[in-house]
Write a protein that binds this ligand. Structure first.
Ligand SMILES: [Zn+2]
Length: 307
């Protein structure tokens, strides 16, 4: 017999497995048929909106997704969680976050907002990264397929009645990543070994996948950690731009300290093409569209470089 879900109480978006089983039993007697129209939702909280978007694509109409880091206008490295965030986590069926010290506030909140039934997915754990590694894991083409598989497993465990839908959504999602892989391969064939630089390591894994020779990594780490790069690292960065020793400057438009703005201006004055990237998914784009548009912008910048 097919499990039937009760209409969701408006004030409580909580769907523990126990509640769902009780609901299924109840409906068998009292509400069979009547509640069929209303599908229950699995509550998902994503620390970052790109994981939230992927969860929405995988869950379709069966999920309710809340993303905490949502705005490309704020620096995620400086984010502080609020009590509202803790409450959302308390009631979530599935939580997904980056880890590798990108969102250290999540570990603290989850420890406080305990919930034995909640399934937690940490991207860093899926790809073997730790605190101290470059935390911008969603720019690694290998990361999202792993997160998507883990999310699908969690969705099927939380809501087995819709397993077939989740499997179909996963297949669609995995197929939708193919144009990104194709673009990376195309850029690799053309630009592997080309020297570039960046204001922050946000695009680092993607640059690696393309085979670009990334320069000034110490400078980028200092900017990411909100500390001052050394005078010699700043001088080396400026030299690279002035002497056009790099083909492109990849600019994190989400972390715009005076120093990174200075480098952007120097690149423009030196006629070094720039490609803008963000840490957080911009509104109106899916994860896939966001990645492709940034790869297109990079391709245009690499193509514009005059040596
Ligand atoms: Zn960052």
């Amino acid at each position: 017999m097919k499990a039937v879900d009760l209409p969701q109480p408006a004030a409580k978006a909580r769907h523990t497995l126990a509640w769902r089983l009780a609901a299924a039993g109840l409906t068998a007697f009292a509400l069979a048929g009547a509640a069929l129209a209303q599908a229950a939702t699995v509550g998902i909280v994503a620390a970052e909106n790109f994981y939230g978007d992927v969860a929405r694509q995988l869950g379709g109409t069966h999920v309710n997704v809340e993303s905490i880091l949502n705005s490309p206008d704020q620096d995620p490295h400086l984010f502080e969680a609020s009590p509202k965030t803790a409450r959302a986590l308390q009631h979530a069926d599935i939580v997904v976050y980056n880890g590798a010290d990108y969102d250290p506030w999540m570990d603290k909140l989850l420890a406080v907002a305990k919930n034995d039934k909640r399934k937690t997915i940490v991207a860093a754990a899926l790809v073997g990264k730790h605190a101290g590694d470059n935390p911008h894991l969603w720019y690694d083409p290998a990361t999202m397929p792993k997160v998507a598989h883990a999310l699908t497993d969690a969705l099927k465990a939380a809501d087995p009645a819709h397993s077939a839908d989740y499997d179909a959504n996963l297949a669609t999602f995995v197929a939708s990543l193919k144009p990104i892989d194709a673009k990376v391969a195309q850029l690799h064939a053309r630009y592997a070994g080309v020297p570039v630089t960046a204001t922050e390591p946000v695009f680092g894994y993607m640059a690696d996948a393309i085979g670009l020779a990334m320069r000034n990594e110490r400078f980028q780490l200092a900017v990411m950690n909100d500390t001052e790069p050394s005078a010699s690292d700043i001088a080396a960065f400026e030299q690279d731009l002035r002497k056009k020793q790099v083909r492109v400057l990849i600019y994190n438009s989400q972390a715009t300290e005076a120093l990174t703005r200075r480098m952007l201006k120097l690149a423009q004055d030196s006629h070094v093409p720039t490609a803008s990237v963000t840490e957080t998914q911009p509104p109106g784009k899916t994860f896939q569209q966001w990645m492709l548009s940034q790869l297109d912008a990079l391709a245009a910048a690499l193509g514009n470089a005059k040596q």
